[in-house]
Ligand binder design. Structure first.
Ligand SMILES: *Cc1c(COP(=O)(O)O)cnc(C)c1O
Length: 398
């Protein structure tokens, strides 16, 4: 139940990929023989499927190694290309590190970056974006859906106001594409980052959507070489992975409505089973504007780490320290104003295509038992039960 970290490759995707490791191993850039032609045709078919899923055209899809690279290319490539026009970027505090750390790197190169705050649900106010735009602003980057709390951003409104002000709009759509409807025209998006492994495709492949008209977006490449991907991203294409990405996109497009409602029902059931048995559980993120598979809960008086230990056969993640590569508590929950003790007590469940009803029952049972056990050992929880606010107690020797 950690499908926001990654998803398994769908067996149908794997089946489509396999021949491209063996008999159809050609280099898609080889123009002189059938091996190359076949690989190129497969890549172009995949590109069309990826484009179709987001309402784009194949020529607007730049294939990359994943959403991290796409975010880097969008932010660095656009600010570099438009350096003579302006040097200001607007983003927000709960973006993925692929956006935030790229912005940090841009700041070292003299780009000014505004990091907008979010409300308690993790949403950025479109009016705040509008107010932050100056004559020097060249790019706004706000994600489609957050990877920790599942909150959906008002990107349609942000895209519209950017268009009206002549500022390019990029969205990191890695978590949302394939899960919720996303259309680059309807949402007024100029650049969008996608990742195959968040939508049942393979790891190490993704795409950057780059709008070709109204307006035509231009950017400076960050990887130079043989001029692949119309010069925007050189390097021999990973044909099997791209074929898999295309198949994953095709399946997502066909199955999204039914799949999203099934997953949402499982997610809601998990929430119901847990909150029916436990008090002092806080849901993090937006109650409605959220990814169908996301459930982020804080269990007051329980360490997220300890709870994960108590249910070792379940894969989830926590906003507390030590679980993430950064060894820092969740900056996303902090930006939303979640108090530190509830950040440490948070668990992120990410339900996906291959989760089934019995797993929801099993996980709910383990969570309820784990929280009850840990709270039974917690003096703070006991005090709270007796109506004493632990925050009001003067600790230490009398
Ligand atoms: C997973 C993720 C990324 C990184 O994608 P990779 O393909 O693993 O590089 C970027 N942004 C968001 C929102 C993500 O969830």
């Amino acid at each position: 139940m950690d499908n926001h970290s990654t998803t398994p490759v769908d067996p149908r995707v794997l089946a489509r990929m396999l021949p491209f490791f063996s008999e159809d191993f050609g280099n898609a850039a080889s123009r002189s023989h059938a091996f190359g032609w076949k690989a190129e045709a497969a890549v172009e078919a995949a590109r069309e499927e990826i484009a179709k899923l987001i309402g784009a055209t194949g020529r607007e899809i730049v294939l990359t190694s994943g959403a991290t690279e796409s975010d880097n290319l969008a932010l660095t490539g656009v600010t570099d290309f438009l350096a003579s026009k302006g040097n200001h970027v607007i983003t927000q505090q709960t973006e993925h590190k692929a956006v935030l750390d790229t912005c940090k790197a841009l700041e070292k190169r003299g780009v000014a970056v505004t990091y907008l705050g979010v409300d308690k649900y993790g949403r950025v106010d479109p009016q705040a974006v509008a107010d932050a735009i100056t004559l020097r602003t060249v790019l706004v980057s706000v994600m489609l859906a957050n990877n920790e709390v599942g909150t959906l951003q008002p990107i349609r409104e942000i895209g519209a106001l950017c268009r009206a002000r002549g500022v390019l709009f990029h969205t990191d759509a890695a978590q949302g594409v394939g899960k919720i409807p996303f259309d680059v025209e309807a949402h007024n998006v100029d650049l969008a980052s996608l990742s195959a492994h968040k939508m049942y495709g393979p790891k190490g492949v993704g795409a950057l959507y780059v709008r070709r008209k109204n307006p035509r977006v231009r950017l400076t490449p960050i990887i130079h070489g043989g001029g692949h991907e119309r010069g925007m991203r050189s390097g021999t294409l990973n044909v099997p992975a791209i074929v898999g990405f295309g198949e994953a996109a095709k399946i997502a497009g066909a199955e999204m409505p039914a799949e999203s409602s099934r997953i949402q029902a499982l997610r809601d059931k998990l929430a119901r089973l847990i909150t029916a048995e436990l008090d002092q559980v806080q849901q993090n993120g937006h109650p409605v504007e959220r990814l169908p598979g996301n459930l982020n809960l804080s269990f007051a008086y329980v360490e997220g780490e300890a709870l994960m230990m108590a249910m070792r056969d379940v894969a989830v993640s926590s906003g507390s320290a030590c679980t993430s590569a950064s060894l820092e508590p969740s900056y996303v929950l902090r930006a939303m104003g979640v108090p530190d003790e509830l950040t440490h007590a948070s668990i992120r469940f990410g339900l996906g295509r291959f989760n089934v009803d019995e797993e929801v029952d099993h996980v709910a049972r383990l969570v309820v038992a784990g929280v009850k056990k840990l709270r039974a050992m917690s003096p703070l929880y006991e005090m709270a039960q007796e109506g004493i606010d632990p925050a009001s107690v003067a600790w230490g020797a009398p």
